[in-house]
Design a protein. Structure first.
Length: 685
């Protein structure tokens, strides 16, 4: 069906991604019109990974990319790996509103007209049909761990095929050499002239990859031109030099079934191409793409878990491995900080291995050299003690993690079958190790700072709000989703006497430990002045004087209210804070018009005004910070109005339910840049 979708849409290639049972991963199940090697990096991708297919699944809408420029702008990491001229469409595959995967289609060249209304309709019909099929296929029938090998399909040629003998005679008449490659890059046919120019017998060329059977073509430029032809379906060319110094021109002419390669003698280029040092095999283009892709991905990694997940998602499918673990040196031992493919029991067995224990992991860390073991016998010969601690795997690579010249740990790549890692893959893995080490070093620092920040934030916010007779209270705090820093949002409820309570909410300028520390001072000052019986305007004035004297260069917004449960009133004072919302029984939520006053900490002699309003039983009073109502590009008044509408719809619910509803929309925003504090109060009858 994927083939029919490609054909009916007039595309030259396509792929079907299926959502794994965990609903966090897309697995490549079918690939049409492209070699499997091209998709090595994308056989299994996390749903959070920025790609057209994942965006189509998350947004449940068609994603169109018109060419390389748009791909670079919207998906720079993908553009690093595929810098070729093609357009694409990714569409969600659904059934009865349930997303099962994504269909990806490619068109040659940089075009803006490939997605016509009829084509869009055909793509939609194909997605509906695929969705029905996937819905009827039990998830248990598909294996996703490790990532499955996709089913690779070629597009059959159209029209009648010439007789084999006549086709050969036709090709042999040309003075130039001719070679036919399939979509996987393997030689299907070579003329005698081509074989002579390449210095090989035709029989030795058939079935091989040119850059493997001809070492002098093992150059990233050659493979890049091949990929440009097969992915973009555009003619390409390159020049290469034979070992005897003769230069050859290669012209590549692709269609949906393969590539015709034209070879002819050429003059030496004006500028010679860079060659690898003698004896040092150059990195293949695929290896370079692994480096580029992982380098781009690791720049976005924040925590240790991010690094481990990115490396596992990229390296395991690219190198055909089944397990990965990362360990760092702590207290004379190797501590496992992340893994994929190993069971928790195995990880527990190896976690905490002394650095003095004779193991390849310890040696990689101590000497900064990698160890490669093709099977268990190799490991037993070198490390008999380690081999006795069987981890269920059959081949291993132990690679040092060195950041800024400092060895910080070791990462292990493992196979469940005997496997020899070739020289090229060893070079690639060694290069990857440096990138991983730098990212891991940054991530560990982030995790340490983040844990410190979270601990400080937790200690500065109230652990529990006091129980006040005749008053229901609910509070929520949501930290910012961006960055490692913490915010200065705070709230508190202070019991003044049996029938009087104070509520306060505020926001210290900045998002760092200094802001959080100042927030703690503000809360303490407000608590002290409130407990001393000061009216709301004086609570803010005295707190402001303290902050001005501290000369912190940080300003604070604050809203303080004193609630008299006997008189059913609330008296407010505001220091530049957002106005509260009040939902009266049998009414609608209104925004209370208060004189905001100056922010705390600007000038020592600032005065504030008190405002008293009725607070009848069953009314809901909502105090909040700007993170709950601010949306980039929108007026903050619009955010307050939306908050009031949500409060209207749920005012009769419990305060916990109302709090969850008010924070739900903001809580779904993955790139929220500000903290959120919310305090709800409702007097009893």
């Amino acid at each position: 069906m994927v083939f029919e979708a490609v054909r009916d849409a007039g595309a030259h290639a396509g792929a079907l991604y299926v959502l794994a049972p965990d609903e966090e991963t897309l697995a490549l199940e079918v690939l049409v019109g492209l070699p499997g090697e091209v998709a090595a990096l994308w056989r299994r991708v996390a749903l959070t990974h920025p790609l057209p297919a994942t965006d189509a699944v998350r947004a449940r809408q068609l994603i169109q990319v018109d060419g390389p420029e748009e791909l670079s702008r919207r998906y720079p990491r993908a553009a690093l790996v595929f810098p070729y001229r093609f357009g694409l469409v990714a569409a969600p595959v659904t059934h009865d509103g349930i997303v099962h995967g994504a269909l990806l289609l490619l068109w040659p060249g940089a075009r803006h007209d490939f997605l016509t209304p009829p084509v869009r309709e055909r793509v939609g019909a194909a997605c509906d049909l695929l969705g029905t099929v996937l819905h009827c296929t039990p998830a248990a029938d598909r294996a996703f761990e490790p990532a499955p090998e996709p089913r690779v399909m070629a597009i059959p040629s159209s029209g009648a095929e010439p007789a084999e003998g006549e086709a050969v005679r036709f090709a042999e008449r040309f003075p130039e050499g001719g070679v036919s490659l399939d979509l996987n890059g393997r030689v299907a046919f070579a003329t005698r002239t081509a074989a002579a120019l390449l210095g090989k017998d035709s029989v030795d060329l058939v079935g091989t990859l040119p850059w493997e059977s001809l070492p002098w073509l093992n150059d990233p430029v050659c493979e890049d031109r091949y990929r440009a032809a097969v992915i973009g379906r555009q003619p390409s060319s390159f020049t290469a030099m034979r070992p005897d110094g003769q230069w050859l021109d290669f012209g590549l002419f692709p269609d949906d079934t393969g590539i015709s390669l034209r070879i002819a003698p050429a003059q030496a280029p004006a500028v010679a191409q860079a060659r690898s040092p003698a004896g040092a095999p150059p990195l293949r283009l695929g290896a370079l793409h692994h480096l580029l892709h992982l380098a781009g991905a690791l720049t976005e990694a924040v925590s240790v878990r991010d690094v481990v997940d990115l490396v596992a998602d990229t390296v395991l499918p690219a190198f055909g491995a089944q397990a990965l673990a990362m360990a760092v040196a702590e207290g004379g031992r190797l501590r496992v900080i992340g893994h994929r493919g190993y069971t928790p029991r195995v990880v527990e067995r190896f976690d905490g291995t002394p650095l003095t224990f004779p193991s390849p992991a310890a040696r990689a860390l101590a000497e900064g050299t990698a160890g490669f073991f093709a099977d268990r016998a190799d490991l037993e010969r070198a490390y008999p003690a380690r081999a006795r601690q069987y981890d269920g795997m059959a081949a291993w690579a132990y690679l040092p993690l060195i950041a800024s010249g400092r060895p910080i740990g070791t990462w292990i790549l493992a196979y469940d079958h005997p496997h020899t890692i070739g020289a090229e893959d060893r070079a690639t893995l060694t290069a990857l190790s440096g990138l991983i080490a730098q990212a891991l070093d940054r991530a560990r620092l982030y995790d340490t700072e983040h844990a410190l920040a979270q601990g400080l934030q937790k200690e500065l916010l109230p652990h529990a709000l006091p129980e006040v007779s005749g008053l229901d209270v609910a509070a929520r705090y949501l930290p910012a989703a961006q960055g490692v820093d913490i915010g200065g949002d705070f709230y508190d409820v202070i019991r003044l006497d049996d029938r009087t309570v104070a509520a306060v909410i505020g926001d210290v300028q900045g998002h760092n430990i200094a802001a959080a520390a100042l927030m703690g001072q503000v809360r303490t000052a407000i608590h002290a002045h409130a407990a001393a019986g000061a009216p709301p305007d004086q609570v803010l004035a005295r707190t402001n004087r303290l902050l001005a004297d501290l000369q912190t260069d940080l300003f604070t917004s604050c809203l303080y209210t004193r609630i008299d449960l006997g008189a059913n009133t609330a008296c407010f004072a505001s220091a530049g804070h957002l106005p509260p919302l009040l939902h009266e029984p049998d009414g609608t939520a209104t925004v209370l018009d208060l004189d905001p006053g100056l922010l705390l900490g600007i000038t020592a002699d600032t005065t504030y005004r008190s405002h008293e309003v009725p607070l009848p039983p069953r009314a809901v009073l909502a105090l909040y910070t700007d993170g709950l109502v601010e949306v980039p590009g929108e007026d903050i008044a619009s955010g307050i109005d939306k908050l009031a509408e949500i409060l209207d719809r749920g005012a009769r619910c419990s305060l916990d339910t109302i709090a969850d509803r008010l924070t739900a929309a903001a809580g779904d925003v993955g790139d929220r840049a500000d903290d959120i504090a919310l305090l709800l109060l409702r007097p009893h009858e």
